[in-house]
Write a protein that binds this ligand. Structure first.
Ligand SMILES: Nc1ncnc2c1ncn2[C@@H]1O[C@H](COP(=O)(O)OP(=O)(O)O)[C@@H](O)[C@H]1O
Ligand SMILES: [Mg+2]
Length: 325
């Protein structure tokens, strides 16, 4: 199957700040096929969440899509009006956030919150929606789900709330799920349970997933394709095995070099992104050459010019002059 479900094409998002224009997303392109899981990785502040909020049509008010297209099933999402975006968000694309309390409504029972999308988007009656909600709360393994239907979110643990949010996100069977750091706020054993739950539901529902994470273990476990971002740009794109076994971009290599030992998919399961000396440049600064050059151990004179994108192996692309062989 070669058709694309989502095609992000030269997306640029800018914020107007007192310090100047911040190029939060600076010409980002990637594609997700039906049923594919793509991981978006990179240090904090590199534009991952802003990319996903652009897709959802939920940018903060000070942010603007400056250029580019976001094609979902051929339709350019930024051209859709707010009514249409609401429909798409409920039915076709849904999102799971890091902190479930920001998306759960504290004054509604969890049963109602899982049932509501079905009443709004699928014309379910109240009774039908509530019985489907119960099925979903069981599916995400909320213990005693029937009783829990009447609870308010504050009565649940963080891990249970995240399960409720997954149920809410999946109940309308979206074609694309965006998960932004879905397990970061949870402790390690709960993280593993939530992840395996997501993997099994993903397979059952045949959805595509855009997974945002800085946890390489999560990437290794879930993703087929990986896009690495740095300072608002994509610097490398590769299949998951190539990325772990033959990372090309010096930034990707730096990320993977974390303790205890990387280089294989298996060892990646336990690790997180390592620290790279130096800091990400301020996004209001205009950099004409490679944005990573000042932190790059391999930089050379050409890096003062903006690097093109080179295919270094089949399906593996880098924004780096070293790829120009
Ligand atoms: N509300 C905002 N106002 C101004 N700038 C913002 C805002 N939100 C994000 N940004 C800018 O966008 C950049 C990317 O943010 P984000 O996408 O949240 O990064 P991350 O990769 O950690 O998810 C930030 O470094 C910041 O400069
Ligand atoms: Mg983020």
């Amino acid at each position: 199957m070669n058709k694309k479900l989502l095609k992000v094409n030269h997306l640029s998002v800018r914020f107007h700040t007192p310090e100047g224009v911040a190029r939060a997303v600076d010409g980002v392109s990637f594609e997700i096929k039906p049923c594919q899981t793509l991981a978006l990785v990179g240090e904090s502040g590199c534009g991952k969440s802003i990319t996903s909020l652009s897709i959802m049509g939920l940018l903060p008010v000070s942010g603007r899509i400056h250029a580019g297209r976001i094609l979902f099933d051929g339709q350019n999402l930024p051209d859709s009006d707010s009514e249409e975006m609401r429909r798409i968000r409920g039915r076709d694309i849904s999102m799971i956030f890091q902190e479930p309390m920001t998306s759960l409504n504290p004054v509604l029972t969890i049963g109602r919150q899982v049932a509501e999308p079905l009443m709004i988007h699928n014309n379910f009656s109240k009774a039908e929606a509530y019985s489907k909600a119960l099925i979903w709360l069981n599916r995400v393994r909320i213990p005693d789900a029937e009783k829990r239907m009447n609870d308010y979110p504050h009565r649940l643990s963080g891990g249970m709330r995240q399960r409720v949010m997954i149920a809410m996100a999946m109940v309308c069977q979206p074609r694309l799920l965006i998960a932004d750091e879905p397990t970061t706020a949870l402790d390690v054993t709960i993280q593993a349970q939530i992840l395996s739950l997501m993997v099994s539901l993903k397979e059952k529902l045949n959805m595509s997933v855009l997974l945002i994470t800085h946890d390489l273990g999560v990437v290794a476990q879930m993703a087929e394709k990986v896009v690495v971002m740095y300072a608002g740009q994509v610097v490398e794109e590769a299949g998951v095995t190539d990325l772990f076994e033959r990372p090309f971009h010096p930034y990707t290599q730096g990320l993977l070099k974390s303790a205890p030992r990387f280089g294989t998919l298996r060892s990646a399961r336990t690790g997180r992104l390592s620290e790279i000396p130096g800091t990400v440049p301020r996004l209001t600064r205009i950099i004409t050459g490679c944005k990573f050059a000042e932190r790059c151990p391999s930089s050379f004179s050409l890096c003062r010019e903006r690097p093109g994108i080179f295919e270094v192996r089949e399906g593996q692309y880098v924004r780096c002059w070293l790829g120009d062989a």
